[in-house]
Ligand binder design. Sequence first.
Ligand code: IDP
Ligand code: MG
Length: 149
Amino acid sequence: MEKEFVMIKPDAVQRGLIGTLINRLERTGLKIIAMKFLHVTTDLAEKHYEVHKGKPFYPALVEFITSGPAVAMVIEGPDAVKITRKIVGATNPAEAAPGTIRGDFGINIGRNLIHASDSPENAKTEIAIYFSDDELVDWTPTIAPWFTE
Ligand code: IDP
Ligand code: MG
């Protein structure tokens, strides 16, 4: 089973979209195995976005992600990364397809509502930044056979 790290960013929290965005992920059948509401610190943000350090948008990105509360989540399932990134949509909402989170709710690349790791390896790294192993809950939804053959 693949794990994916997701963060509902401060813009989506401020806009009251937490439930809406979680619903879009949850209804796929991917399973939530960890979730926390937190105000991301600069230290956490710098670890999370380390790969973008040095890029022109990096300072604004760190300032934005630390500007208010966010929701960090781990979701699990077959192809969790690919499926989640498809639902999240392209980085720039102007290019994100209709039906995706960014395509339906966004108009600006710096306010694109949600983060999702781009590979299983990066998901592992990002999960470890925000969660300890004992915060990942091992459970099986009773309807699991209706999602996976
Ligand atoms: P992703 O979130 O779709 O994986 P990345 O390229 O990893 O996109 O960029 C991380 C985040 O940095 C984006 O979600 C977006 O918020 C911000 N970002 C990326 N490129 C730009 C840009 O050109 N201008 C402003 N912000 C950007
Ligand atoms: Mg990325």
